[in-house]
Design a protein around this ligand. Structure first.
Ligand code: I3P
Length: 108
């Protein structure tokens, strides 16, 4: 699965808020066991080494994803909790896409 999502980094680790907290529009690629982030689809396709801000892939081992109805500033938002205690919010374009991401991330 891949596609555009907005992302907000909420927690850096358990008990430690992330420093850069604004929403960013990125292009997300889900592969077995990890997520990779790109500026847009073209980077994902043509320059897969050039990730968004040179970020390393996010390891999904021990991670879990679920809808985030408690976050009410934007629609179609889900939360990803990493084994490290880091947490991210992602906004999809529709409820159906959001549900798809949650299911696929949890199965990856
Ligand atoms: C953040 C930005 C985010 C906001 C966040 C701010 O400021 O306004 O949109 O999250 O609030 O810190 P900046 O752009 O200066 O980094 P929300 O959209 O969820 O309100 P937060 O610190 O309460 O998460």
């Amino acid at each position: 699965l891949e596609g555009p999502l907005a992302r907000k980094h909420e927690w850096d680790q358990a008990g430690k808020k992330a420093q850069h907290r604004s929403w960013q529009q990125i292009y997300v690629v889900l592969e077995a066991g990890h997520l990779r982030f790109y500026k847009d689809q073209r980077y994902a396709k043509e320059r897969p080494q050039d990730t968004y801000h040179h970020e390393a892939p996010l390891d999904l081992n021990g991670a879990s994803s679920a809808p985030a109805p408690d976050y009410n500033k934007r629609p179609h938002v889900f939360r990803l909790k990493m084994a490290s205690g880091a947490e991210y919010l992602f906004q999809a374009r529709s409820e159906a896409e959001m549900t798809d991401w949650v299911t696929r991330v949890n199965a990856a």
